[in-house]
Every structure is written in structure tokens, then in C-alpha cells.
Ligand binder design. Structure first.
Ligand code: ATP
Ligand code: MG
Length: 245
């Protein structure tokens, strides 16, 4: 078990002791995490630690061999991704997160494929939140900058008003000015009372913003705590932050 989990009472997402992999030996073992609405929960750790594998389990893309995923008290372990989306778990993968040859508008509409009412209103609302998208609605997504594409992916992930928004390294590969803009958007999403679960590379910055964070190492929970507790932990600083530029 992890050393420190976020309090259970406030958690909408409670992931317990997950073991999972890709058919061979487990890639992650006994990993737990909790996330609460209106909070930013971060998962950090070195390359290959199993962060993406873990969130694919939460998003319903991989079935765990052991453990449980509960959403608002309901067991959703093994529920496939396309059904989990309707239950309120939205997942934005690191790559291939928009359809490049579709327009921005079409991408947003695709994000709402199960929404019957209020699609236009939701798009208007998201264009207010992500101002770059409005003038680009009729353009193909492939013409957007990397930062704008990430914003489109996040906006698309919000089309169904999710309870939980999972973001896998949304700032990876972006120029610094776009990284700032994406972080600003992520913090805005938190204000919508969504439980934001973010995997990030830049540990210091992520811990600065995170309400609660988990460090994963070699497929296991290594540490957990508030962002501030981890930032103040010399072990975290030595192992994960010291090397950051
Ligand atoms: N589809 C796959 N099939 C088999 N093994 C995989 C697959 N995807 C990832 N792995 C392996 O699982 C391990 C963990 O990978 P994962 O992508 O979950 O790590 P990560 O923490 O997200 O790393 P990064 O920071 O580089 O994104 C790695 O050893 C990787 O090679
Ligand atoms: Mg990854």
C-alpha cells in the first residue's frame, strides 16, 4: 500500500491496489490513488514508471488483473472506455488526442457524441474558456500549433461535462509559452469542480499546483502527499527535482 493516500471521504475516484500490464509480467503492482472534485491530483515519476499504464486502467483502456476502480462509490473496474466516458471519466491521451483532418468544430462535436442536448451551447462555453479555439473552429486541427492542439484536446475532453478529467502529459513537447497557457487552462478546469488527474514531467511545477500528488517508481506507489509536502521532502527534491532545469 502507498504511504499516503488522499482522504477517502472527499474522493470521487478511488483506485485501489491495481495490478496491470499488457499480457506479460505486471507493469504496475498494487497501485492506489484517490482524486477529488475541484482538486488537482498529480501523478509524477520517472520515464517508464508505469504512469500511462495506470491511467489507462482508470480510463478503461486496460483491464487490471487485480484491484478496483470506484467512481462515486460505484465499482467501474473493467468497464470499457467508451462506456466510462458516459459515466463521467474523460481521458486525454498524450499523443493522437485530436483528429488532425477534422475541423476544430468537428473535433469538439466528436467529443459530444453521446450528448443529446446543448452541444452548441457547450461549444460556445468552451470557446469562452479557450479563446484560441473560436477563430479556428472551421480550420482543420492539424493547422493548429502544438499548444492549441492540446487546448482543443482538453476542450474536447470537457464536452460531456466529466466528473473526472485525466490528462497524460499535456505539456510534453510544447514551447514554454504554450506550457504556461496549458497550465492556466488546467487550473481553470479545476475551478469547474472537476476532479483533474494529471500526469506530468515537470515535477516542481506540477507539485506547486497539485492539491495532492503521488510519485510512482518502478510500477509502484512510492510516495504521496499534498503538493507542498512533497516539494518540502528532501528525498523528492534529491531524486526527482534536483535534476530538473
Ligand atoms: N502497449 C504496451 N505493450 C507492452 N508494454 C508496454 C506497452 N506500453 C508500455 N509498455 C511498457 O510498460 C512500462 C511502463 O510504461 P508507461 O508508458 O506506463 O510508463 P510512463 O511512466 O507513462 O512513462 P513515460 O514517462 O515515458 O510516459 C514500460 O516498460 C513500457 O515499455
Ligand atoms: Mg507515459
Amino acid at each position: 500500500m502507498p504511504e499516503v493516500l488522499a482522504p477517502a471521504a472527499a474522493a470521487i475516484l478511488d483506485v485501489q491496489a491495481i495490478t496491470a500490464g499488457y499480457g506479460g509480467p505486471p507493469i504496475i503492482s498494487d497501485v492506489s490513488l484517490r482524486a477529488a472534485r475541484g482538486k488537482l491530483t498529480a501523478l509524477v515519476g520517472p520515464n517508464g514508471a508505469g504512469k500511462s499504464t495506470f491511467i489507462k486502467v482508470v480510463a478503461g483502456l486496460i483491464k487490471p488483473t487485480e484491484g478496483r476502480v470506484t467512481l462515486d462509490g460505484t465499482d467501474v473496474t473493467g468497464v470499457p472506455a467508451q462506456l466510462l466516458v458516459r459515466r463521467g471519466i474523460s481521458y486525454v491521451p498524450q499523443v493522437s488526442n485530436v483528429f488532425p483532418t477534422l475541423t476544430v468544430l468537428e473535433n469538439l462535436e466528436m467529443g459530444a457524441y453521446t450528448r443529446r442536448h446543448g452541444v452548441k451551447q457547450k461549444i460556445d462555453e468552451l470557446c469562452g474558456m479557450f479563446p484560441d479555439l473560436h477563430p479556428a473552429l472551421k480550420r482543420q486541427a492539424r493547422t493548429l500549433s502544438g499548444g492549441q492542439r492540446t487546448m482543443l484536446a482538453i476542450a474536447r475532453g470537457l464536452m460531456l461535462d466529466p466528473h473526472v478529467l485525466i490528462l497524460d502529459e499535456p505539456t510534453a513537447g510544447l514551447a514554454p509559452k504554450f506550457i504556461d497557457a496549458v497550465w492556466e487552462q488546467v487550473l481553470t478546469v479545476r475551478k469547474l469542480n472537476v476532479a483533474v488527474l494529471i500526469v506530468e514531467q515537470n515535477t516542481r511545477r506540477t507539485l506547486t499546483h497539485a492539491d495532492w500528488a503521488y510519485v510512482m517508481v518502478l510500477g509502484r506507489n512510492a510516495l504521496g502527499g499534498t503538493g507542498k509536502q512533497l516539494l518540502d521532502d528532501p528525498e523528492v527534491v534529491n531524486l526527482y527535482i534536483g535534476k530538473e532545469v
